[in-house]
Design a protein around this ligand. Structure first.
Ligand SMILES: *[C@@H]1O[C@H](CO)[C@@H](O)[C@H](O)[C@H]1NC(C)=O
Ligand SMILES: *[C@@H]1O[C@H](CO)[C@@H](O)[C@H](O)[C@H]1NC(C)=O
Ligand SMILES: *[C@@H]1O[C@H](CO)[C@@H](O)[C@H](O)[C@H]1NC(C)=O
Ligand SMILES: *[C@@H]1O[C@H](CO)[C@@H](O)[C@H](O)[C@H]1NC(C)=O
Ligand SMILES: *[C@@H]1O[C@H](CO)[C@@H](O)[C@H](O)[C@H]1NC(C)=O
Ligand SMILES: *[C@@H]1O[C@H](CO)[C@@H](O)[C@H](O)[C@H]1NC(C)=O
Ligand SMILES: *[C@@H]1O[C@H](CO)[C@@H](O)[C@H](O)[C@H]1NC(C)=O
Ligand SMILES: *[C@@H]1O[C@H](CO)[C@@H](O)[C@H](O)[C@H]1NC(C)=O
Ligand SMILES: *[C@@H]1O[C@H](CO)[C@@H](O)[C@H](O)[C@H]1NC(C)=O
Length: 640
């Protein structure tokens, strides 16, 4: 009894442990999923067997007690013996009234499977689980220094066989890299960079390009995730230099190449860009071979030297939507006031901090710039009259030469190539035809209209153009991530906050223990009751055929049951209603009985009618085998 009870508890715990293990676990393999569920059910079944076994054993102790205490009809005795298979005892008034404890125990035997087998597996279900985790994994980043170490003669091959691509093409003074003092010098942005910058500009979207599987790659699986990366790259730092007609103070101070007189309403341009002053010349010399730009003859001193990184000087006019007063000098041609603005952007080495937010189905970036230093820290010198001498940049020690610091030169070349790719879209001007005499339309001499920097209503530049250009350039830089074969695309470790909806097992322990707690509690009470009954009776009981055989060896029963020896169904009704009890048969005469007593004689216990029985007493060895043989000997003697 105790073992069955303990085994039952262990199995329930086993089910709890199994379910705890499965809790929030995703199982894609359908077979395995089913198997896990079946394991849980098997445990529930076995715990039912164990608890049920314990209760049945106790129940058996209890019914014999009932048989001894009260005469019951054969009908009820049948029902009590068959209680585990036949629930009809629950509707029999005699059993209910005379053996309530046994009936209650039988009821529990019937209810245990309900709690264990049927309801307890319900504690494990499937559902969507919103998993929030954080993991330190390798995410894509940019490392422009990688360009420093690249030699176009030695291809860098990726694991999948793709050749890593550089951001720029080089010319060289010696393709074999053998001659004394050879060097490579910058030629132009590479085809891959050109492709990426074109695609970024033409995409027209406000986000950078990215590879299709970027979320999987960056989040380390099918997650939504956010993380931030930091890297050094090129960035444009824009500052406003003039706002409004005739605002020329800062323009003169910083040596602007044009003033607001170029812009509407004074001039014809609604957009005007001067962005190539000091641009790296291509070709660098008139005397280059057509193969790799090797100089024919002596190598010019300044071949490949970066002297100036061109500034972006951009002017644009914005329609203020306010009508011009009639007395305005511009009212001849213009109906509304136009505000001209000029700004300047300087190419900086920039520390980017990018917050990536990959949330299905989109991704978003939040870029913050931290400008470190100008890419090339030189300025044009001034003439004596204060005007800028665009032919004479300085100081010379800040020039970037391919002969001296090759690592720096290659990195600056990469930055320059990026900037050059952007400038292709900004170059040129937009002219606006005045509404009077009209009609008003924009005349386009720039690729800027192919980008998102112009209004989709009027094809004129948007209001916050300086910020937009900064962001547009940042997007162009971030779009490098769309091409993992680029040399500058590297990896970096980052703390990634990941979330995902996952179809998982979900375990509710309270449901499981809600099923098992009553079972364990009641089984324990019944176990105590059973143990107490055994202690009181001084013996254990069973209900096998042998026990029936030996407890019905009573001639009264033979008389009663005459004619019903087949055990056939239906059993004679009259017999069914006979009341029997279990006790010591008063079969011996007084003298015999005394003699038996003298022999420490053994009474004969059997079912019988109450009048011929006396109660069984504890401690009397009715059942002793040894006593039985003695008794037989005594009988033999008597017979003799
Ligand atoms: C960038 O790449 C260079 C050369 O491969 C390497 O030395 C440097 O450590 C890298 N920097 C970062 C931040 O990974
Ligand atoms: C603007 O530039 C033009 C020549 O390009 C010059 O004639 C004019 O004086 C300048 N205006 C101001 C306000 O400096
Ligand atoms: C590089 O060499 C090619 C071929 O001679 C030439 O067309 C090109 O202009 C050169 N680039 C530079 C920056 O000199
Ligand atoms: C300026 O804006 C006003 C109001 O939005 C509009 O009516 C007018 O046509 C615009 N001017 C030009 C030249 O587009
Ligand atoms: C301004 O308007 C006048 C008269 O309508 C016209 O003659 C002149 O060409 C216009 N100027 C411009 C720049 O459109
Ligand atoms: C990421 O984007 C989603 C929707 O695009 C937004 O709901 C979420 O708040 C964002 N997460 C962070 C950390 O900005
Ligand atoms: C170039 O000019 C800027 C101001 O426009 C100044 O801050 C910077 O120090 C100058 N650089 C050099 C090398 O003189
Ligand atoms: C046109 O521009 C406005 C303002 O920039 C923007 O809200 C709108 O979505 C754009 N329309 C299209 C079709 O891109
Ligand atoms: C990511 O978030 C979106 C929007 O909240 C949601 O529809 C999607 O199921 C999430 N993806 C994962 C893998 O959790």
């Amino acid at each position: 009894m105790v073992t069955a009870f303990l085994v039952g508890i262990c199995l329930a715990l086993g089910q709890h442990i199994l379910y705890t293990r499965l809790h929030h676990r995703n199982e894609d393999d359908e077979d395995k999923k089913v198997r896990m569920v079946l394991y849980g059910r098997a445990l529930a079944y076995f715990s039912k067997v164990a608890f049920g076994g314990c209760v049945i054993l106790c129940y058996r102790q209890r019914i014999w007690r009932t048989f001894r205490e009260r005469p019951l009809s054969v009908w009820s005795i049948d029902q009590l013996f068959l209680a585990t298979e036949d629930p009809s005892l629950f509707v029999n008034w005699e059993t209910l009234s005379k053996a309530p404890l046994a009936v209650a125990m039988a009821l529990i035997i019937w209810l245990i499977p309900l709690a264990t087998i049927i309801f307890s597996p319900g504690a494990l279900s499937f559902g969507w689980y919103f998993e929030i985790s954080s993991s330190n994994i390798s995410v894509p980043s940019l490392n422009f220094s990688a360009e420093s170490y690249k030699d176009w003669r030695k291809p860098v091959i990726m694991a999948d066989g793709t050749k890593k691509k550089s951001l720029m093409f080089y010319n060289t003074t010696d393709a074999q890299a053998a001659s004394e003092g050879w060097f490579d010098y910058y030629d132009k942005p590479s085809s891959d960079l050109t492709r990426i910058s074109l695609m970024t500009a033409y995409s027209g979207t406000t986000s950078s390009l990215n590879r299709p599987d970027a979320r999987f790659e960056s989040c380390g699986g099918n997650y939504n995730c956010t993380f931030s990366t930091t890297f050094i790259g090129p960035g444009y730092k824009c500052e406003e230099m003039a706002s409004g007609i005739g605002d020329s103070g800062r323009l003169v101070e910083f040596g602007a190449p044009f003033n607001t007189s170029m812009l509407v309403p004074e001039g014809r341009n609604v957009y005007y860009a001067d962005i190539d002053i000091g641009e790296y010349a291509r070709p660098q010399s008139d005397n280059l071979s057509s193969q790799g730009g090797v100089p024919l003859g002596p190598i010019p001193e300044e071949l490949g030297v970066f002297k100036v990184e061109p500034l972006l000087w951009i002017g644009y006019s914005i329609n203020s939507s306010e009508r011009l007063p009639d007395n305005s000098p511009y009212a001849v041609n213009w109906t509304h006031r136009y505000d001209p603005r000029i700004f300047r952007c300087v190419h900086y080495e920039t520390r980017y901090t990018v917050k990536w937010n990959y949330t299905e189905p989109f991704f978003a970036t939040e870029v913050s710039h931290d400008f470190v230093a100008p890419v090339i820290d030189t300025n044009f010198t001034r003439n004596a009259d204060g005007t800028v001498n665009f032919d004479d940049p300085g100081p010379a020690e800040n020039f970037i030469s391919p002969r001296t610091d090759v690592l720096l030169y290659k990195k600056i070349s990469a930055y320059h190539a990026m900037g050059q790719s952007l400038r292709n879209f900004l170059r040129g001007k937009l002219e606006l035809e005045a509404p009077i005499p009209g009609p008003s339309y924009a005349r386009v001499y720039s690729d800027i209209t192919q980008t998102r920097l112009v209004s989709n209503v009027s094809s004129t530049p948007l209001d916050n153009l300086p910020d937009l250009i900064q962001a547009f350039y940042a997007d162009m830089v971030l779009s490098l991530f769309s091409a993992p074969q680029m040399l500058v695309v590297s990896e970096q470790w980052a703390e990634v906050n990941r979330t995902r909806y996952q179809s998982t097992f979900i375990y509710h322990p309270e449901k499981l223990w809600g099923c098992y707690a009553p079972v364990i509690f009641l089984t324990f009470i019944i176990l105590l009751l059973g143990a107490w009954t055994i202690w009181q009776d001084g013996t254990t009981w069973s209900v096998g055929f042998s026990r029936i055989m030996v407890t019905t060896r009573n001639s009264t029963l033979d008389d009663i049951s005459r004619g019903a020896c087949l055990g056939n169904d239906p059993f004679p009704l009259e017999l069914m209603h006979t009341r029997l009890q279990f006790g010591v048969l008063n079969e011996f005469s007084e003298i015999e009985y005394m003699a038996m007593e003298g022999l420490q004689g053994v009474g004969h216990c059997a079912f019988g009618v109450p009048s011929e029985l006396s109660p069984i007493r504890k401690g009397v060895p009715y059942a002793g085998l040894k006593r039985r043989s003695e008794r037989r000997a005594a009988f033999k003697e008597k017979v003799d």
